[in-house]
Design a protein around this ligand. Structure first.
Ligand code: NAD
Length: 263
């Protein structure tokens, strides 16, 4: 078994480490040099198991390709179209999208029978849940294989419907959106909201969690869920979050989000 991951950002790196820690060879591809540099430490930790590339391999004969590029429909479609010519038969292609339609992403692809959603959670090395999202075209064998592979690396895969935000991101939306509304109105600070929610037993308050996820990623997910459900007011994206994205304050990955982080 071997794995190819497209995109070596927060999730690509974490998913790569998950497979490498189980001694499964994993290759990563990312066109961005800074992203590749951030993988260096991991490739030193797992020599001969984890490799990072600046160009896409010309033969893709891996057991599975996992796509973890930014949450942008057109970009993802471009990536899936781009690998079509190099894919060997039998390769499973999994998208780690948080909220985009898996059906929509697979539309028109010659390999849509092998296309499926594998939605990992951050950090993938620690959180066991993976939502597995088949489309109506996904072969049942691909679903079975997906469940087996994920279980073999200690994950708990759960089949989820191809609806905006699947299950977890839909149910979790109000956690972020309502917290942002309170802070937008000036009623309370992010620190207080986090302290209260953590005091109640949540592992992370919404602002600390958005910083971990990536404020750009979290904002994109809210936008996709809101659009996908035909704009219900309860999921309306937050201007405060949009402003953070525009300022480049994307969270831990850049050292600044709702909180500041030492590099
Ligand atoms: P990120 O911005 O940290 O990383 C994305 C990476 O993709 C970057 O390194 C970028 O250089 C690379 N990239 C851009 N264009 C590319 C291309 N054409 N080919 C290959 N790589 C390319 O984003 P992320 O947080 O890792 O999110 C990736 C995906 O995972 C998104 O769909 C997101 O919704 C989903 N996701 C994120 C989280 C989270 O908590 N961050 C959790 C679950 C799922």
């Amino acid at each position: 078994m071997k794995v190819l991951i497209l995109g070596a950002g927060t999730m690509g790196r974490g998913i790569a480490e998950l497979f490498a820690a189980h001694a499964i060879p994993v290759e990563l591809y990312d066109p961005n040099e800074a992203a590749r540099l951030r993988v260096q430490e991991l490739s030193e930790k797992y020599p001969n198991i984890l490799q990072i590339h600046s160009t896409l391999p010309r033969t893709i004969d891996h057991t599975v390709v996992i796509e973890a590029v930014p949450e942008d429909f057109d970009l993802k479609r471009q990536v899936f179209g781009g690998i079509e010519a190099y894919l060997s038969p039998e390769v499973i292609v999994a998208t780690n999208t948080s909220a985009l339609s898996v059906h929509g992403l697979s539309q028109g692809l010659s390999y849509k029978g092998r296309f499926i959603g594998w939605h990992f959670f951050n950090p993938p090395t620690r959180l066991p849940l993976v939502e597995v999202i088949p489309t109506q075209h996904t072969a049942s064998q691909v679903v079975e294989q997906s469940l087996a592979i994920l279980r073999s690396v200690g994950k708990v895969p759960v089949i989820a419907p191809d609806l905006p935000g699947f299950i977890v991101n839909r149910v979790a939306r109000p956690y972020y959106v309502e917290a942002l509304r309170l802070v937008e109105r000036g009623d309370v600070s992010p620190e207080v909201v986090d302290q209260l929610m953590e005091g109640l037993g949540f592992r992370m308050g919404p602002f600390r969690l958005m910083d971990l996820i990536g404020i750009d990623v979290n904002h994109a997910v809210t936008q996709r869920v809101w659009e996908g459900l035909f704009y219900p007011g309860r999921f309306r994206p937050s201007w405060l979050q949009a402003q953070k994205v525009a300022a480049g304050h994307l969270g831990r990955k850049v050292g600044q989000g709702f909180y500041s982080y030492e590099k």
